[in-house]
Design a protein around this ligand. Structure first.
Ligand SMILES: [Zn+2]
Length: 308
């Protein structure tokens, strides 16, 4: 499933890894962790300038054409004022402005609200989350972004095409073959209905993937409680490891069209918000699309399985 080449550079270990399904690759250099760049996070910006806090949200965010917003539990979903896809929505997850630990139920509600805003739109759906400025969020108040794009993004397209090829070549879903392989490795974390695994070829720091037993967004919704429960465990694990910023993307197939593809959700930790504006995205991540990662997935899997 994966090509893993271990070598030494100046006596220090590095690993080149490639995922055979997609050709995506990365290099893991655990030595780079010892640079100690991840300082304690800066606090969230104050709530007094936040359009997503209760009160201002109702006055300052747009509504859908029928004049309303979608509410599920605490969450509120509305169109994005600054869209970059034909269908692009925002889901404010909590009434609270600054959240340290998320609860499964509030996250499941938000995922369901986001899904409700996307169902029926034609194209490639995803539900995404940038948490904290250092992960690309423009506002600290926790919010998801739902997207349906007319054409699939690079990573989304790789998995759609690879999964279809895998099905026609082997007669099996890639998800089944992958989980059969990963269950016996150090990378497997937890989960039965929705298994969580430290990604063997991480495309970001401490990447964990959740594999849904469904293809399209519509089929995936019944599993959002399991997904949210596991995501909260992963976010707690990140906190234990000192990571307070992250990105999440859940990729979905099109209803009845993307054979072989199973929806999955990818979580990566990001450098904490910091005074120096140090970033963990540099030329390798952005221009080579080849992430340089510090944490071995097997170590993350062992730690996460035992500690949680
Ligand atoms: Zn707020």
């Amino acid at each position: 499933m994966f090509l893993i080449e271990r070598s030494l550079s100046g006596g220090r270990p590095i690993e080149f890894r490639r995922e055979r399904l997609t050709g995506l690759s990365c290099t893991i250099s655990p030595t780079r962790l010892s640079r100690g760049l991840n300082h304690p996070p800066m606090p969230a910006a104050p709530a007094d300038d936040c359009p997503f806090c209760p009160g201002r949200l109702e006055r300052e965010t747009p509504t859908f054409p029928h004049g309303s917003r979608i509410r599920r539990g605490e969450s509120v979903t509305f169109p994005n004022l600054y869209p970059f896809a034909p269908c692009h929505t925002v889901t404010v997850i909590t009434r609270a402005h600054a959240v340290v630990r998320f609860r499964p139920l509030e996250l499941a509600d938000a995922l369901q609200g986001a899904a409700a805003s996307l169902v029926g739109a034609q194209g490639y759906a995803s539900i995404n989350w940038n948490f904290r400025h250092s992960a690309g969020a423009s506002l600290d108040h926790p919010h998801l972004q739902g997207l349906v794009m007319g054409r699939a993004s690079f990573v989304h397209a790789r998995y759609l095409a690879g999964s279809a090829r895998f099905l026609s070549r082997t007669g099996r879903l890639y998800r089944e073959a992958l989980l059969e392989h990963e269950r016996s490795t150090d990378r497997f974390l937890f989960g039965d209905e929705v298994p969580f695994v430290a990604s063997a070829v991480p495309i970001g720091e401490r990447e964990v993937r959740a594999f849904l037993p469904a293809g399209s967004l519509e089929e995936a919704v019944p599993y959002f409680e399991s997904l949210a429960t596991g995501l909260c465990r992963v976010l707690d694990l990140y906190q234990d490891l000192g990571s307070h910023a992250f990105n999440i993307t859940c990729y979905f197939g099109r209803s009845g069209r993307d054979r072989g593809f199973s929806a999955f959700c990818s979580v990566i930790s990001r450098i904490n918000p910091n005074e120096n504006s140090i970033s963990d995205s540099a030329f390798m991540e952005r221009l080579h699309l080849h992430p340089i990662v510090m944490t071995l997935p097997e170590e993350l899997g062992r730690y996460g399985r035992d500690a949680h």
